[in-house]
Design a protein around this ligand. Sequence first.
Ligand code: GTP
Length: 438
Amino acid sequence: MQAGKNILQKRTRVQGRRSRPQRHKSVVLSAAAPQDVIDVEATVVDNRIPVTIITGFLGSGKTTLLNSLLKQNHGRRIAVIENEFGEIDIDSELVASKEFLEGGEDQQIMMLNNGCLCCTVNDDLINMLEELEGRRDKFDHVVIETTGLADPQPIIMTFRGHPAVARHYALDGVLTLVDAKHIGQHLDEKKPDGVVNEALSQVAYADRIILNKTDLVSGEQVKDTELRLKSINGLAQIVRAQRADVKADYVLGIGGFDLDRIADEVIDKEEASHSHNGHHDHEHEHDHHDHEHENAHAEHSHSHGEAHAHDHSHDHGHEHAHSHNHGHDHGHGHHHHVHDDSVGSVSLELDGDLDLDKVNDWMEGMIIDCYEDLYRFKGVLAIKGWPDRFIFQGVHEVFEGEPGKVWKEGEHHKSKMVFIGKNLHRDTLMAGLQGCLA
Ligand SMILES: Nc1nc2c(ncn2[C@@H]2O[C@H](COP(=O)(O)OP(=O)(O)OP(=O)(O)O)[C@@H](O)[C@H]2O)c(=O)[nH]1
């Protein structure tokens, strides 16, 4: 326990792949595999350049947003990397600040014309970022606009997993534009096995969503769409907009990968919904608490009852959407089958303290076995014997965690996790979490 404790005084980033499971030994919370752990002192000031990815399906309003962003007086100098699919550079013609390309001091637009960012992402994007890095005194923030057909995942992974990029750039967040009128049909589109539904992926990876073009649909449709988006991604904030008209703060400075903000996002979501302000339609951002609470003791007592039969803990969980190709019991009415996308969110909440070793084993196994399906996951854990919360987040196999706020005297200990991904089975995840109880 003590060794793990020491590591948790630091920020840890852990990487691993299923094909090399031996490298995952206790990767999550302890230091048993020091060669796999990159420690950065928590007190180090992060001077890296923040990067925001703006994505969204064709015609959803990305260029409109970019124009509005470049015109707003937000005090940040933005370098834009635009990815135009095909050879004809149309978007840069449409962006108001194109003149900055020709020597403007404040903002820069760079074009990636030779293909789709997500396909050719590594070399082209990395080269461009390196080039920009040499001029970093000229800007404060990088915005990458993907093509409408890009799956943002490889771009995100470049920032999370590529050491040279991660040294100079910090992914601030993923902002997804959604066309209120057409998103449904794109989400519904069935792709062949192994082919990504880009629209779905763009929603699933979002830290923030702009539900745009609300002028083109009824209020009822907007609400339905919002529910659907939340079912896919229970973590992202959503604002409604027309002409992508949102404040720059909503797009820049998201802190989607900032561990310090995760506690607010994940555990204090109810309170957070009342404390944020300044965004359009903010009342829609956190109102997904219509989930039903479940008594997991009843559900799982056959397998877990002995371990915590008398601690009065119970869990609350909600599943927004999940694959229908699994066979758990639908009879108790606690699952909301919003639609049958295989990408969805599962939130888990469990009272009581967790055992460090059990959490390590469980999360290690999950990352090894399911990293491809785990798009994003975040959580705050109560670990037995630790004075502070443990906060973590991950994107596929890239995991990061650090100590969070100290538990107050007498404060009720509980853990909360949110998973976004494919084929997530809430019951299995909850059983796994319950199995970690101390
Ligand atoms: N009615 C309506 N039209 C909008 C809104 N926002 C943007 N548009 C229009 O929708 C069209 C597409 O917007 P863009 O900003 O170019 O969308 P995009 O996501 O950059 O499109 P791609 O480059 O094709 O991926 C343009 O004609 C915009 O003027 C809106 O809120 N309502």
